[in-house]
Design a protein around this ligand. Structure first.
Ligand SMILES: [Fe+2]
Length: 235
């Protein structure tokens, strides 16, 4: 099992506030049979990429040195807020997931201008970097709004959904609509802390099994493995 979207690293964003919260999150993930955690602290363009990567990597080293219990493997990555010029960044690859050419992209929470689509197009076609759109279901406040994603889904992008969205009625309906469009690729908890935004992957997997069957769950798991091996994912 892979948790594809997490804020487990301490003191780098609005996720884990300190080592103790990091440890609790990682222990919870271990207890949910998660073997690999993709650490995706928020990145926005106001911070130079090099500075962000240094901060993230030193936070990860600190956790690896200090942790005294068995935890999942942690893969460094970022949740990158899309901005004009991202596709031209010389250090773009440093924001990708581990050593892969995949990048987790956070879309803006307001109207998507055409340049957002252009930027995604350039990531793929100019730089060979494959966008994975973080928690797409969160951009539809109600079921029936999935059609607004059509233009996005026509592009060469993958989609990550949040485990917590499967546990509430309205977001689950949005996920179902995305699923019916064959638009769901991978699952992440988007956990931020042990109390208010914990990891709920195992509960979400039970919902996936019930709603989409063992094949559906297996497909998400094999997609996640393929991405971490930097293989092409076919939907
Ligand atoms: Fe996130």
């Amino acid at each position: 099992m892979i948790d594809f979207h997490t804020h487990v690293l301490p003191g780098i964003d609005d996720g884990a506030a300190n080592f103790e919260e990091t440890k609790q999150l990682l222990l919870s993930q271990k207890n949910q049979n998660i073997e690999i955690v993709v650490a995706t602290p928020h990145y926005n363009h106001e911070c130079p990429i090099e500075k962000f990567v240094d901060h993230r990597d030193s936070s990860l080293s600190y956790v690896r040195k200090k942790i005294d219990v068995d935890i999942p493997e942690i893969v460094p990555a970022a949740e990158v807020a899309l901005y004009t010029g991202l596709s031209e960044e010389p250090d773009l690859k440093r924001l990708c997931i581990g050593e892969t050419d995949y990048i987790l992209i956070e879309m803006p929470y307001f109207y998507w201008n055409s340049w957002y689509y252009d930027e995604l197009y350039r990531l793929v076609n100019n730089r060979g970097v494959h966008p994975i759109i973080a928690h797409l279901e969160r951009y539809a406040s109600m079921p029936g709004q999935v059609s607004r994603f059509n233009k996005l889904l026509e592009q060469d992008v993958l989609v990550q959904i949040n485990a917590s969205s499967l546990l509430k009625f309205f977001p689950r309906q949005v996920v179902k609509e995305l699923w019916s469009k064959n638009a769901v690729s991978v699952l992440g908890s988007d956990c931020h802390d042990p109390k208010s935004r914990p990891c709920t992957i195992s509960a979400a997997c039970r919902v996936i099994l019930r709603k989409f069957g063992a094949d559906g769950l297996e497909k998400m798991m094999s997609n996640a493995e393929a991405i971490l091996e930097n293989k092409i994912v076919t939907l």
